[in-house]
Design a protein around this ligand. Structure first.
Ligand SMILES: Nc1ncnc2c1ncn2[C@@H]1O[C@H](COP(=O)(O)OP(=O)(O)O)[C@@H](O)[C@H]1O
Ligand SMILES: [Mg+2]
Length: 244
């Protein structure tokens, strides 16, 4: 080992750094997801083929059980048990090791979970700091960004509370704040306003619209026609198939 041997960068981020590739942000080819259950095979996603360009704002709609959350989890690189091809900025996610997918997710994606998934033993402020901690940002700067975000979301008074001390709607707001705080290239949101009052829901959609106008790609799952109107187009899912 020489003095010049650098320790490997965490999870080989360099290997997955986007190249100046012209093409879709997301390209899926025949993506399929199957669950093996006692009752047999359940197909949850069938031959999903779609491209999403950088800068799009797409809504995924469809009945409960259609496979919307499953598709979003694959796009967010949170699920690796599927078949087919999925390219992210030209990189073959289907061929990546787990570590590389995690690195790609941390670097580029903000995810709003349907069930919030906040970390129970961290405060609101600490939950918001997590995505920033993956970036090369100084502690003092992180604190300033967290303070600013708390202010923007009207949650300054909640910053030292734990998720269990918040209502469902408040947890959802923290979930949205956490997804946007580090300015990801792609925001994936699973029914992000499902537990919010209509005025709060509208504010979140307006925030997404603003981020989209600034270049962030947004893919949301929604049951609301109203929310879908903030986007450019709708992908309809039914029984695991894209129907429109
Ligand atoms: N672990 C699992 N085992 C078997 N089936 C599952 C599992 N998780 C989800 N499913 C099934 O996958 C289908 C799609 O689920 P999901 O993606 O959550 O739908 P949506 O978000 O559109 O309501 C549902 O029929 C659901 O029952
Ligand atoms: Mg769902």
């Amino acid at each position: 080992m020489s003095f010049f041997t650098k320790s490997p960068s965490p999870a080989s981020l360099r290997d997955v750094e986007p190249q100046p590739i012209v093409g879709p942000l997301i390209s899926m080819r025949n993506v399929e997801k199957v669950f093996e259950t006692a009752a047999g095979r359940t197909y949850v996603l069938r031959r999903i083929t779609a491209d999403i360009q950088a800068g799009e704002f797409v809504s995924i709609m469809g009945p409960s059980g259609a496979g919307k959350s499953t598709l979003l989890a694959i796009l967010g690189m949170l699920d690796s048990a599927w078949s087919g091809e999925f390219f992210f900025v030209g990189h073959p996610v289907h061929a990546m090791a787990h570590k590389q997918r995690v690195a790609l997710n941390k670097e580029h994606i903000g995810f709003v979970f349907q069930q919030y998934h906040l970390i129970d033993d961290l405060t609101v402020a600490e939950n918001l700091d997590i995505p920033l901690s993956y970036r090369n940002v100084k502690k003092s700067e992180r604190e300033a960004i967290v303070a600013d975000t708390l202010d923007r979301f009207g949650m300054v008074g909640k910053k030292d509370l734990y998720p269990r001390q918040l209502s469902g709607g408040q947890q959802q707001l923290v979930g949205v704040a956490r997804a946007v705080i580090a300015k990801p290239k792609l925001i994936l949101a699973d029914e992000p306003t499902g537990n919010l009052h209509s005025s709060q829901g509208r504010e979140i959609m307006e925030l997404f619209k603003k981020l989209n106008d600034q270049g962030t790609t947004i893919i949301q799952v929604t049951h609301s026609e109203e929310n879908a109107k903030f986007g450019h187009r709708i992908i309809e899912l039914k029984d695991g198939w894209i129907t429109a």
